[in-house]
Design a protein. Structure first.
Length: 601
């Protein structure tokens, strides 16, 4: 067996992540850096930037953060893979080459092309493309349309000698998989290894979220100010160790890594990626020393015959007003203030024959607005009114904003003023997701340095469409015998939640493996749905990841449209895991030594 270890550092988890990651990782022994920047929201922001400036449309942080380290990276032969190209990867390539030339660093930069489908939209409309969930037809006006490419062109670019490989939209985990396919020569049908390499990328893609960032038990995590960015020490057989640079903050533990394992995925046994259908249901994460865990158990099978495509479109305009209110009955005063502001604006609209708002949302921060009718903080004496209004016309929202000056004169005593001043209208961006056959997409190309583009063959048969991928069946459970007590779920589990479009996933991890049989009986989809009543509109599905003693719940229609389309404070379900842990659950008294209140039916 090839005993060589390839070390990949996760140097960026999102556009806006800290610039400290690269310098920190260079103090460790790494062979590659993986830098992730893209999300659906990011793509729409970059598309709007490109409309204003044809040379824009990529993540400027990527070039800015990399530039000070280019000489050191080149000297040590550390190579970089990033999706920072956004909607204009060739402009990103030129900007990075210009930065390298300014420093006198010879740099071979490659770019992956082929994800942009804007030129195909008319043909796709005629072919009857529909939105995956709603069945809506493809709109006439679209900001972006990008297929999620895989790892094969990244591997090919490194084989051509690239120091840096820049992609547009690709699956985040493909950045690491492409590196490992190149380094270890993995074949395109070596599905178990492709799944393992995808797992490497999945644990690295969100940066410090796998090294203690956003961990449920946050008080256990030291040194937030210098949290260590993740490093995967990878073997040719797909097994790897997850760690971080020595002397940094953060925490690498099985529980931290497990929360990232199930972050923003659906069925752990059928995680659909362009290169492989990955099965993470039996992945094991075991201690391997201080701030080191050993990861094994990923399995894979053939990918589907389709690419996922995310399009974004503008759907009107939005304004968000924030008003601080203090004193007795602050929450009720905030709600009445919102009603008055909306009616004032509607009076202005009626006088000018302008249509009503398309959507409004009132949230009283400080009075547990995210909890709706379950709020326990209605008596709060200091709140912030968050009033969100949507309209097809920006000028209507300008009229609304002008009325905000009246809040300190006409309404409730204790109103201390507008936070951030009068809001300016901003575009509402919605996501439109569909699938196309890989063969329909056309050739994927890589462009290395000044050389002519090279077409990269990618398997297109796949064997099945996305909608035909089987999912694991939720399993029943058996309650433990003996007396029961009632405890907050937090005492026996930890959790992490995230989003995919308008759905949210909540992964709940048993604190001890022996808890899973009983909690399987208690944590039903119906119980989760009841706990989130008023927040979640659609169905709740439950899956299981036995390797980390976890349940993964997928909540449909849970985010008010999701992403930039949602008016909610928590538009991406980031707090849903915390909310789930507030549930009280009956558990065996034998699990605890301390006295707790008995559970009664």
């Amino acid at each position: 067996m090839n005993a060589r270890i390839v070390c990949i550092g996760g140097a960026s988890g999102a556009w806006g992540d800290s610039p400290m990651a690269i310098g920190q990782l260079l103090r460790a022994e790494v062979d590659y850096l993986m830098m992730d920047y893209l999300a659906e929201v990011t793509m729409s922001l970059l598309a709007r930037a490109r409309l204003k400036d044809p040379e824009a449309g990529f993540a400027p942080d990527f070039v800015g953060y990399l530039k000070p380290h280019l000489a050191e990276l080149k000297r040590r032969g550390i190579r970089v893979a990033s999706n920072g190209g956004g909607v204009n990867p060739n402009a990103c390539k030129l900007a990075l080459e210009a930065a390298a030339a300014e420093l006198g660093v010879p740099l071979h930069v490659a770019v992956v092309e082929g994800d942009d489908l804007m030129g195909e939209l008319d043909a796709l409309r005629e072919e009857g493309v529909r939105e995956w969930v709603s069945g809506a037809v493809l709109p006439r006006t679209v900001l972006t349309a990008n297929a999620y490419l895989g790892a094969i062109p990244i591997a090919k670019a490194f084989a051509q000698g690239a120091d840096v490989v820049i992609t547009g939209r690709c699956v985040d985990s493909a950045l690491a998989l492409g590196i490992l396919m190149h380094e270890f020569g993995w074949a395109t049908d070596d599905y178990d290894r492709l799944a393992a390499g995808s797992l490497v990328g999945h644990l690295l893609e969100c940066g410090p979220q796998s090294t203690g960032g956003l961990f449920t038990d946050w008080e256990q995590v030291p040194g937030w100010h210098d949290i260590g960015y993740p490093i995967a020490e990878c073997q040719a057989d797909g097994l790897f160790v997850l760690t971080k640079p020595p002397g940094t903050g953060g925490l690498v533990s099985p529980a931290c890594a497990a929360e990232q394992l199930l972050y923003e995925i659906g069925d752990p046994a059928a995680y659909v990626l362009p290169d492989v259908t990955a099965d993470f249901a039996n992945v094991r994460i075991e201690p391997a020393g201080a701030d080191r865990v050993f990861v094994s158990g990923a399995r894979g099978r053939a990918p589907t015959s389709q690419y996922k495509v995310s399009a974004t479109l503008q759907d009107g305009w939005r304004a968000v007003a924030m008003v601080a209110i203090v004193g007795f009955d602050a929450a009720r005063k905030a709600e009445r203030t919102a009603e008055a502001l909306l009616e004032r604006a509607r009076m202005q609209f009626a006088a000018r024959k302008i249509a009503d708002f398309t959507a409004v949302r009132t949230e009283v921060l400080g009075a547990e607005a995210s909890y709706g009718k379950q709020s326990q903080a209605r008596a709060a004496r200091e709140v912030v009114l968050r009033l969100v209004v949507d309209h097809p016309e920006a000028k209507a929202l300008d009229l609304f904003a002008r009325e905000l000056g009246s809040v300190g004169l006409s309404f409730a005593q204790g109103t201390t003023g507008l936070l951030g001043g009068r809001p300016k209208p901003a575009p509402v961006v919605r996501l439109f997701t569909f699938f196309i056959d890989k063969a329909r997409l056309g050739p994927i190309r890589i462009r290395c340095g000044d050389e002519a583009p090279i077409e990269v063959p990618v398997p297109t048969d796949g064997g099945r469409a996305v909608v035909d991928v089987p999912t694991s069946v939720p399993i029943g459970g058996v309650a433990e015998p003996g007396p029961l007590i009632v405890v907050p779920l937090l005492q026996v589990a930890h959790a992490r939640s995230g989003d995919k479009g308008d759905s949210s996933n909540i992964a709940i991890f048993c604190r001890k493996p022996e808890y899973i049989n009983h909690l399987r009986k208690v944590l039903t989809p119906e119980r989760i749905a009841a706990h989130f009543e008023g927040t979640v509109v659609g169905d709740v599905q439950r899956y299981e990841a036995a390797g980390v003693s976890a349940f993964n719940f997928v909540l449909k229609e849970a985010l008010g449209g999701g992403g930039m389309a949602s008016q909610r404070l928590d538009a991406q379900g980031k707090a849903y895991g915390q909310r789930a842990l507030e549930m009280t659950v009956p558990v065996p008294a034998a699990w605890f030594n301390a006295f707790l209140l008995p559970f009664t039916q």
